[in-house]
Ligand binder design. Sequence first.
Ligand code: ADP
Length: 439
Amino acid sequence: MTKTLVTVLLWGLAGAILGAWSGPHVGWGVFAFGLLLMVLVSGLQISRVTKWAEDVESPPPAAVGPWDDILSLIYRKLRKDRKTIDRLKHDKRRMLEAAEALPDGAITLDGQMQLTWCNRSAREHLGLRPEHDIGHSIFNILRAPEFARYARQANWDEPLQIHVQSDDQPKTLVLQLVNYGVDRFLMVTRDITQIERLETTRKDFVANVSHELRTPLTVLTGFLETLHDMPPDSLTSEQRVRYVALMQDQAARMEAIVSDLLTLSTLESSPVAEGEPVDVSALVHKALQQGRILSRDQHVFVEHCDETLQVLGSAGELASAVSNLITNAVRYTPQDGTITVSWYRGDDGSAVYSVQDTGIGISAQDIPRLTERFYRADRGRSRATGGTGLGLAITKHVAMRHGAELRIKSRYGSGSTFTIVFPPSRCITASAADVGAEA
Ligand code: ADP
């Protein structure tokens, strides 16, 4: 402003001097020319400023007269604001990234309970599709009546547990609504499907163990009460022998269950051993001897063993898996059936232990459940042959601890094949000399 005034005054002074010299017309003419020049220069400057205003990110034009100071002030302020905006954008991005990575689901809702944002976990928990669901009411998305009741409560101090179907998978979720800001809501979700499943398994297991032990215990107690209540000589020695034998059977059954439970618990709690070379063929020979005793010569046994093939593992655990499958084959194969036991190297370098029988077989719907604890396809035969319902659970566990896989193939009425496949990384071929030395 001062500059402009000074310039006007200077042109006025020049006009006055020239006016005094050459007459007032010349003086006014010079002054008018000066003002015109100033207007033109000012117009030019304004057009340069206007051009700059279209792209304020670029440095302001130089030498624009009275605009110089204003533009440098505006430009400094703009740069400061740009830095603040960049920092805020960066902070917002980091916060969104953190919210995206939360293991819990987070959903923000507006005053009308319409979805405004959700993170990855929430999308998985509720099967949300942001491009479709944002802006829609949560009551249309989550159509569980218990949720509608919960959302209408006065306070949400306690979370709500609901069962939902997400991507065709049943899920159990715990969710909680939180009020934040003015008329804004945050919904937090947590997937507890796995925890609930474990809890159910634990409860089922305790119920199964109690049930399994209660039956022999009831029989045993019954006999003991009978013996206690009867006059001492009212029993013949034959009856006494029979009663004692029956009680021993029940005690042995309980002992077998407890022993298998302890084996399972040891397998679950002890760390997986790196392992030492185990001569599986020796374990097979030993298990087959026991199998023949159990069979009482009622079955035909066929054996194919690669004597040089060994696996790295725990000899004790492998012995129990090897013998479990042979014992089962004997127990579930009627008289004159054939049991074929093989130990060989597979084409892909794996080591394969397989027990094939021509026994009663297993129906398709039972096969996936056989390795569950206490699951029996043929309850009567299992009980009658002293089964605990835990043998295959133990075998599967041992296989898993050796990086191996237990495969079951069977058809009801036409025999079964149980196979344990060890990965090539666990297999070694002992030289004939080693095998001879061990023998
Ligand atoms: P169990 O002590 O009852 O034999 P397992 O866990 O060893 O328990 O086996 C589970 C169930 O699988 C058995 O009850 C039986 O019904 C079935 N099963 C196991 N092996 C065979 C087999 N070789 N042939 C037919 N059924 C079998």
